[in-house]
Ligand binder design. Structure first.
Ligand SMILES: *Cc1c(COP(=O)(O)O)cnc(C)c1O
Length: 374
């Protein structure tokens, strides 16, 4: 691990640890300042900018209503709590964020029985999903109440789920009267990569959550969109969890610009990711395997070089490149608006230096040891 991330951050030139580090645009900063100068509002959905943001999000995602959240984790949790009773089953691909990175909230706070299904490139195995449905439910066997899909899929290296996969999940769930929740924290990355609208990708889903602060560059915020009765219940649950923050005007003002202006530029991050991946592969001299990134996430696999991700990340930090160990032998580099094409050469150079001198680990930790979850 990086000995002192705070100290490293101070000297860092390229912070690739997450796309939530994307800086807000000047237009966002101006809109925030303007909103802060206005009189604030009292009610949970009273603020005019929040209302405009929620209406715009509902329209963009093709749902009846939408609600502002502080985080996408809370939006996912509330989506589960609004659609699943304690003891009922939520199915998700085994490496999905809701299973791996949300503190077990859906179980701890929602009482949901989370069940991970095997998948490839973030897409759950459709045969296994059919099997889960076919098993049915009775007095002993708990019923499946919700299926969660994640698009793009974080731990699958930002893989966009193909439209026909999302449609297949939607059809199977609909045939059973079961809802689908789309964790679309990076839905606009998927839309850009697939050349399909976010609205179309969200069509098979009952509810959809998106982040405003990742590729869309707002400083904070997420949206949960869905049918009006679900969003009404979500408003109650959000308050219960402490997410009914106010005033919302400044965040909503930035969020509106995020929705209107940022999806159009998100493809730039994908270009930079591809260029960076190619250069890192070139300079690594076989010590790293770098797949072509489908969106904005570069995964550097260090298994071939026999060095640990933690050791490489620590040394890279010394060269002003911050990235995230993802398990023992993988590094995640997240591209965003704060990292342009000019970063490609310096980042690749840092890899060249570090991979040339990182001492070979005597033996890699066993794969069955706990992996850091992100
Ligand atoms: C980041 C992320 C979240 C959670 O977003 P926060 O706003 O940080 O809570 C949920 N799902 C996926 C796939 C993510 O990458």
């Amino acid at each position: 691990m990086i000995a002192s991330p705070a100290a490293a951050s101070r000297n860092a030139v390229f912070d690739l640890r997450s796309d939530f580090l994307s800086p807000p645009t000047d237009a966002m900063k101006a809109a925030i300042a303007e909103a802060l100068a206005d009189a604030s509002s009292f009610g949970l959905r009273e603020d005019a900018r929040q209302q405009a943001l929620e209406a715009r999000a509902a329209e963009l995602l093709g749902k009846e209503d939408a609600l502002l959240f502080p985080t996408c984790t809370m939006a996912n949790l509330v989506a589960v709590m609004a659609q699943v009773r304690p003891g009922e089953v939520v199915l998700a691909e085994a490496e999905s964020h809701v299973l791996v990175s949300e503190g077990g909230g859906a179980s701890a706070l929602g009482g949901a029985l989370l069940r991970g299904l095997p998948g490839s490139d973030g897409a759950m195995n459709i045969g296994r999903l059919e099997h889960e449905f076919a098993a049915g439910s009775d007095a002993q066997r708990p019923a499946v109440a919700l299926v969660v899909v994640e698009n793009t899929h974080n731990r699958a290296g930002g893989a966009p789920l193909p439209l026909d996969h999302v449609d297949a999940v939607g059809q199977l769930a609909a045939a059973r009267g079961v809802g689908v929740h789309l964790d679309g924290s990076r839905l606009f990355n998927a839309a850009s990569a697939l050349g399909v609208s976010a609205r179309r990708l969200a069509e098979p889903a009952t509810t959809v959550a998106i982040s405003l602060n990742k590729g869309l560059c707002a400083p904070l915020g997420a949206i949960l969109a869905g049918p009006r009765p679900v969003i009404r219940e979500a408003e109650r649950l959000r308050q219960m969890l402490g997410g009914g923050f106010r005033p919302t005007g400044a965040i909503a003002a930035a969020g509106l610009i995020a929705l209107d202006e940022m999806p159009g530029r998100i493809g730039d991050d994908h270009h930079t990711a591809r260029a960076m991946a190619a250069r890192i592969a070139e300079v690594s001299g076989g010590a790293a395997t770098v797949a072509k990134p489908p969106t904005n996430i570069v995964m550097v696999d260090l298994a071939a070089g026999g060095v640990t991700a933690a050791a490489v990340a620590e040394q890279l930090a010394g060269h002003g490149v911050l990235c995230l160990p993802f398990g023992h032998a993988r590094l995640r580099l997240c591209l965003h608006r704060g990292i342009g094409p000019e970063a490609v050469e310096p980042v690749a150079s840092a890899f060249a230096v570090v991979l040339g001198k990182t001492p070979r680990a005597p033996s890699l930790p066993r794969r069955d040891q706990p992996e850091p979850k992100v």
